[in-house]
Design a protein around this ligand. Sequence first.
Ligand code: BGC
Length: 808
Amino acid sequence: MRFGHFDDAGREYVIETPRTPYPWINYLGTEEFFGLVSHTGGGYCFYRDARLRRLLRYRYNNVPTDVGGRYYYVHDGGDYWTPGWAPVKRELDRYECRVGLSYTKVTGERKGIRAEVLYFVPLGTNAEVHRVTLKNTSKAAKSVKLFSFVEFCLWDAWDDQTNYQRNLSIGEVEVDGSTIYHKTEYRERRNHYAVHSVNAAVAGFDTDRESFLGLWNGFGEPQAVTEGRSRNSVASGWQPIGSHQLAVDLAPGEERTFVFVLGYVENPVGEKWEKPGVVNKKPARQLLARFQTTAQVDAALGALRDYWTEMLSKYTVKSGDARLDRMVNIWNPYQCMVTFNLSRSASYFETGIGRGMGFRDSNQDLLGFVHLVPARARERILDIAATQKADGSAYHQYQPLTKRGNDAVGSGFNDDPLWLISGTAAYIKESGDLGILKETVPFDNDPRDTATLFEHLKRSFHHVLHNLGPHGLPLIGRADWNDCLNLNCFSETPGESFQTTGNRTGRTAESVFIAGLFVHVAPDYAALAEATGFADEAKAARDHAARMEKTVLEHGWDGEWFLRAYDFFGRKIGSKECEDGQILIEPQGYCVMAGIGVATGQARKALDSVRDRLESAHGIVLNQPAYQAYHVELGEISSYPPGYKENAGIFCHNNPWVMIAETVIGRGDRAFALYKKIAPAYREEISEVHRLEPYVYAQMIAGKDAVRHGEAKNSWLTGTAAWNFVAISQHILGVKPELEGLRVNPCIGAEVEGFTILRRCRGAEYRIRVTNEATGKPARLVVDGKPVDGTLVPYAPAGAVVTIECEA
Ligand code: BGC
């Protein structure tokens, strides 16, 4: 069952009913100011850091769901309603929500009034703009009242929901005509305030929540709205809000548009005040002046559209399969931008107060992002590398506002350092910018301890070699990619963190996954070493990788698939000898991606085992059999009920590793079949089962052991976005930037007969036409009319247009 449809020409998903199976959201903002907006207008916004600079209050885990947002109430002769249906939930004659690229447009119509609210964050602007259009669709003249509403968060979202003894006394606002200033804590250490304004004269306002709602009312029945009369309240403590009331007269057929701006404003510390107690409003006025007219707003929206058009033009496919095309051309790269910006901080599953930027996560997010804005990828790589420690280990997370490593979580996740090599290599392949390797970057953000970025990569690589276990495999530390496989934790205390509790320090628990990752990054690392003039290091790296490959085949092979790990006691994990958890997905995908066992047959066996043991109708589950009981020596993985999350859930992040692995052994039809199982556009028709947005990936789909098999959780902020983009664009459709040129080598199976790809890379344009006979063999290429050997097309100079005919 569907709840809407894709409008590919408009690059929108059109939600046709407000009664979706869950709030379906979108993101506003592409640079420093971000908003989350649901299909009813719920959500919140923040400047850079979702915890420390939050403008609006939002209630996670509340009932009914999705409480808090930017609401517009229409009061029409005693009848009142909201165009997004919630929070008033009055039946609408018409409802539609258009989820677009960095904007959302909600339209509701009731009894002859149509209200359309467009939400977006203009480029270069720290504010949300809400363009609200009211239209009289009836045959009679109408006088309606429009009320806006936002509830301010007192900046630090954690403190805001925990420290009431202080917070209920500190709220402060100023009202100046049609503009409301939220200035809590501005009198002391803050030099920023929020502004909420409309480009029209107001008939009333409210800034105190209780005055607007009434003490016992919810957002569905604010007394100012039910009575059609603002209180003109000025908040003093309690809960500051921003609400405007506009009186709108509309002749039959007439429409009027209002522009509301909700922004974040900073003043230099020495220029905070206009006069004692009155905030300096100059920068706010400058901001508001940019959005006074509908023409200004429309121009800003046009600029945002152009920005996306330019970015998405880097990789486009025409395949004849609309679902494939819309994933590759629109929604997957869109999600990659969102994960790049927000890592795992703020979604409807991540509260914005818990997690900062992940070292491992952000490096993987780069894999799907580097082609969109390479310059921003460069900056990110240098930020991440600065949180690496001198011994090559890495802080697991860092805070976006300070860019410093998070001491509370610390380091010791032994896969982390290697991801820096993957992220950097992806950026250099896309951009050709080998110069980044010579940049000076501190360790642990300490300006007294610096080295080149290449030296950082070297320490990453050697960190693995300095931390090998009894079988010669890498020590796992606190965890590897699977944050929930905690082999040195042994936690028996409720509430203790599985990731930071490390009460076994023995150097015994080893990870076959990290071994696969090591072998996978080694060729890139060696090539970068060579390109930087370290030929000996390159050779040594290749030797180490060959040795590791041998070790994996000797100690990491279980007969039919790759082992997952050795535990603290040296016992096998992910082996036929185990009772539960006999096979885990991660090493099957990664070892084959790395080429391990491809020549000798283990790779094919491992992927057949994945097919036979792990695959389900909704994707590949993480392990089988699911752990039925808690194992203190395994950690969090065994804490989940069977079928959820890392315990046999379909963890969509690692499915593409298997897709890519299938292309490594030439099984394109398998790769594409697996792709379609989890790609959201292919799951749109089962939205009542999947439940989350059909335009973006979720982290997890409940596995076959789960009560709710097929149901997704944790949409948007997941490494799934980047990895699926890599799998489909570089391996299945097969156009992949390498250091020396563009690799063109599709492997998609027989279902798709042929397709064209337009790829812009390093300033040149590649027009690729693929005739697909699904041979499973390397493609044959004709470049600018000449047959060439191999599948690598050397980079053309900027401005060139290269035509490639490809037989796959
Ligand atoms: C984390 C990733 C981790 C994955 C698997 C995600 O929640 O952000 O870093 O690799 O879970 O455990």
